[in-house]
Design a protein around this ligand. Structure first.
Ligand code: ADP
Ligand code: MG
Length: 232
């Protein structure tokens, strides 16, 4: 859960209470709250983020319906995609594993593995929990982004945009090792792909074709992986 508009601490508290109020949801654990860096060109001021562990017999889509109703109840207005928001609730992963990839719901959440604003709260309550399709627990990813990690950009067919994206990202993060990547080279911790990414699954960041949008997506990912959330 996260937000950056209004009294977010009160909103997170209220959202936890609304999860607990559902007859088919049991709240098992709540993380600390963290102040985190906003991600995205229009994201606004710093966020507060937290994570909640629940037990439920709701189907994944029914749970998504409910958390979206909770978001709406806290005045979330969907205007700017990834813009400032009073409350965002995402479903991260399930045990036993639920693997789903539909327009309404992707599980595990496709970006959780590199977003420190997700990982830090998650590790408070589920650090040793294995994220089945990835074969690693939450804490593995926590540790990854505390190393001197590298960024690679893969393109299925050599294209000018690969170098353009690398150059633009390197300009924004001059101290980070950011380079084009080809299979056979040591795999960088954060691997982004343009076009067909068959063969480099599971953990990579799929970039859109358009150079400007792709650059922003990569900058956002690096920002999220570089963040050092502060518990409050
Ligand atoms: P974001 O969370 O990316 O900032 P939204 O909260 O507006 O943006 O989510 C956009 C859509 O993402 C939702 O309408 C929802 O259907 C979809 N979605 C896909 N997978 C998930 C997930 N694991 N958790 C939450 N929403 C998801
Ligand atoms: Mg969301």
């Amino acid at each position: 859960m996260g937000g950056n508009l209004g009294d977010v601490a009160a909103t997170l508290h209220g959202a936890e209470a609304q999860l607990a109020a559902h007859p088919q949801i049991r709240v098992k654990a709540c993380s600390r709250r963290y102040r985190t860096t906003p991600v995205g060109a229009d994201a606004g001021t710093p966020f507060l983020n937290s994570a909640v562990e629940i037990a439920t017999d709701l189907e994944p889509l029914a749970l998504l319906d409910y958390v979206q109703a909770v978001e709406n109840g806290f005045g979330r207005v969907r205007t700017v995609h990834w813009g400032p928001r009073t409350l965002d609730i995402d479903l991260l992963f399930a045990v036993p594993a639920v693997i789903q990839s539909t327009p309404r719901l992707t599980l595990p959440h496709p970006h959780l593995w590199y977003r420190r604003f997700v990982l830090e709260p998650l590790s408070d309550i589920a650090g040793d929990e294995l994220i089945a399709p990835y074969g690693h627990p939450v804490n593995h990813f926590m540790a990854l982004w505390r190393t001197n990690w590298r960024v690679g950009v893969f393109a299925s067919t050599a294209c000018a945009s690969q170098n353009a994206i690398v150059r633009a990202a390197a300009e924004r993060f001059p101290d980070r090792r950011i380079a084009p990547w080809t299979p056979g080279q040591p795999r960088p911790e954060l691997l982004a792909a343009i076009g067909d990414a068959t063969g480099i699954k599971p953990l990579f960041l799929l970039l859109p074709e358009d150079v400007a949008t792709a650059t922003q997506a990569l900058v956002d990912a690096i920002t999220a992986a570089e963040d050092t959330p502060v518990p409050i």
